[in-house]
Design a protein around this ligand. Structure first.
Ligand SMILES: [Ca+2]
Ligand SMILES: [Ca+2]
Ligand SMILES: [Ca+2]
Length: 303
């Protein structure tokens, strides 16, 4: 079967086109969006049905944007573990289900994402939103009874980050986003705890005293156990010198002589899985260069 619809439009400025072809199981709505830069002038868009011989196979991680409406299980958007999904929720949006909270009035489920796991797994879910005056919450459920979701886990705090962890059997689960009040864009990230954490980035090393170098980085993972810190030794080999706790974005390394230079890298650990290494960063303790110390590297000008 093949049909084609052509639409012509003119644009005086660049617009965005971008294609996400999300596979969907039988009986589930399939949605596609196009978002790509086009030049000034005439542009054509085409819609056509493809047969099952479609050979497009996405590779790597692609971002995820909520496709409205998604306020029922049937309309839920797929979320890939480890890939952030963005959306917008407002307390005035249409909703189909409610969340029975134990110690608060019912919340409404405005947006729903779904994922499937093939084996038991511990899942970390984090939602961050940008409008501090709003109050967004998240809930995890696997089914609905009447109009209420059967809540497995969730978070209903008052800050702009909501996070929870749930250990789940194999199956399909739903993450519901509720705008308890106000309206805000948000990002949801669901990560399998057994998965390698995302790589920390933007590592810097700065001397903060004659005996101390401060390391700073960006935490990009929501499932890390800790960050392992490595330092290059006198023979040029990186050696693990210790760890910073989960969600840390900095640590002090002590024991230097004045003016001593050293190079570092870090990686996130989740259980037995490690992220790739961060960039390498080099820093120098304050003060004038002193003698080399056996356990610490010196730069070439040290004596
Ligand atoms: Ca929404
Ligand atoms: Ca909240
Ligand atoms: Ca983290």
């Amino acid at each position: 079967m093949m049909f084609r619809v052509l639409a012509r439009f003119f644009t005086g400025a660049a617009v965005l086109l971008f294609a996400i072809a999300a596979g969907a199981s039988a009986g589930t709505p399939t949605k596609e969006t196009i978002d790509n830069a086009v030049p000034v002038g005439s542009t054509y868009t085409g819609l056509y049905a493809k047969s099952s011989s479609d050979k497009l196979t996405p590779t790597g991680s692609i971002g995820c944007s909520e496709l409205e409406p998604n306020n029922t299980i049937a309309l839920s958007d797929p979320i890939t573990l480890g890939v952030p999904c963005t959306g917008t929720a407002a307390a005035t949006d249409a909703s189909t289900y409610v969340i029975h909270y134990a110690s608060a009035p019912d919340g409404k489920v405005h947006d729903i994402f779904r994922f499937t796991i093939g084996a038991s797994e511990t899942i970390n879910v984090t939602m961050t939103f940008t409008t501090a005056s709003a109050d967004l919450d998240i809930v995890l459920f696997s089914q609905v009874t009447g109009t209420a979701v059967d809540k497995i886990a969730g978070s209903s705090g008052f800050g702009t980050t909501e996070t929870f962890t749930a250990t789940l059997a194999a199956g399909t689960y739903y993450i519901g986003v509720s705008a308890y009040s106000g309206s805000s864009p948000y990002t949801v990230l669901a990560t399998a705890e057994s998965a390698a954490p995302a790589t920390p980035s933007n590592l810097t090393a700065t001397g903060t005293s004659t005996s101390q170098i401060h390391l700073s980085w960006q935490d990009n993972s929501n499932n890390e156990t800790e960050f392992r810190v490595e330092e290059k030794n006198l023979s040029g080999t990186f050696v693990d010198i210790g760890a910073a706790v989960a969600n840390a974005t900095g640590i002090n390394v002590n024991g230097y002589s004045p003016g001593q230079t050293s190079t570092f890298r870090i990686r996130a650990r989740a259980g037995t899985s490690y992220s790739p290494y961060s960039n390498e960063a080099t820093g120098t303790s304050l003060g004038t260069i002193g003698p080399c110390v056996a356990t610490r590297p010196c730069d070439s000008t040290s004596t």
